[in-house]
Design a protein around this ligand. Structure first.
Ligand SMILES: C[S@@+](CC[C@H](N)C(=O)[O-])C[C@H]1O[C@@H](n2cnc3c(N)ncnc32)[C@H](O)[C@@H]1O
Length: 300
């Protein structure tokens, strides 16, 4: 591995780390899309500089201790192939800092944008008092929702006790212990509150064969996080079929299925999915009303 030059500016250090990452042929997709952003993340983290800081800061000299720490972090990233979020135990979601580690998926759902834009025009949030984040992982979606909408009581559920332990760390850090309930549950099975105005979910939705072929960075995430049977639809089929039993009369279901959008549409050509669009990127998120679901599954 190429040696880094000491006594350089922050800007130069970012460029050098970026070069190391490029040579190591890392894979991105857990918060950044390229080696330069990933390098900037490492440097900002160690030096504790906020993103969006004045440009002049980048011309400052890197203190020796910080240089060593950045180098160590960069080497770890290369040798372990762990996503940067696991190495720094931090990930931003909807402009909120979340604690993360290998017990949960690294937050990256486009649902963050929906929360930050008030779910407009799809959901009238002034009428929502209860919400469910199914398959919550770190709790990022449900906890962000509770943060942005102080009137809403949120249940976050996951089958993984490990994931819920991480969600509990985040719930406490955000001061949401009273308003957010964490439930260990195989999809809807153990939910006490039977009716929610809004259900949001980023469940596992990747076909097993696709998961097996993913870059090493994704293999570091929990087995339960991505794979959903042979066709990627195992979880979403249950979520769809049972959703109307857990939604209020005018409730709404919003689910991310990513690249499984096509398979889902083929499996349900008569179901009127509304596919949402995002300015900040992301795809494969649909919305359905309780009424549409009741009619489709003949639960009228
Ligand atoms: C794609 S991850 C999403 C995590 C989080 N919502 C996010 O956006 O970062 C899917 C989550 O579903 C959970 N999960 C897998 N199977 C489940 C099941 N049968 N019931 C409930 N949760 C499940 C996993 O433990 C994992 O935390």
């Amino acid at each position: 591995m190429a040696q880094l030059t000491k006594n350089i500016t922050i800007s130069e250090l970012i460029k050098q780390i970026s070069q190391l990452f490029s040579e190591a042929d890392l894979y991105y997709g857990h918060g950044t899309a390229n080696e330069l952003d990933e390098a900037a993340w490492a440097v900002h983290h160690v030096l504790d500089i906020p993103f969006g800081c004045p440009q002049a800061i980048y011309q400052e000299q890197v203190p020796e201790q910080a240089f060593d720490a950045v180098q160590k972090l960069a080497v770890q990233r290369i040798e372990t192939r762990k996503p940067m979020a696991y190495l720094t135990n931090k990930m931003w979601f909807a402009d909120i800092a979340f604690y993360v580690d290998e017990r949960t998926l690294v937050p990256r759902s486009p649902l963050a944008e929906l929360i930050q834009t008030d779910f407009a025009p799809w959901v009238d949030m002034s009428r929502v008092t209860s919400a469910l984040d199914l398959c919550t992982g770190s709790g990022c979606i449900g906890l962000a929702l509770a943060t942005y909408f102080p009137e809403v009581h949120v249940t976050c559920s996951d089958i993984s006790k490990d994931a819920l332990d991480v969600a509990a760390i985040n719930r406490k850090a955000l001061g949401l212990d009273k308003r957010v309930k964490l439930v260990e549950s195989d999809l809807y099975q153990n939910l006490e509150t039977k009716k929610f105005d809004l259900i949001v979910s980023n469940p596992p939705y990747v076909a097993q064969a696709v998961v097996d072929a993913l870059p090493e960075e994704y293999q570091q995430e929990p087995d339960l996080g991505l794979a959903s049977g042979e066709d990627g639809l195992k979880h979403v089929e249950v979520i769809l079929r049972e959703a109307s039993d857990y939604l209020t009369e005018d409730g709404v279901l919003i689910v991310e299925v990513g690249l499984s959008e096509e398979a889902l549409c083929l499996a349900h050509p008569q179901l009127a999915f509304i596919w949402l669009e995002f300015e900040r990127g992301g795809e494969g998120v649909f919305m359905l009303t309780a009424k549409t679901l009741r009619d489709y599954y003949s639960k009228g």
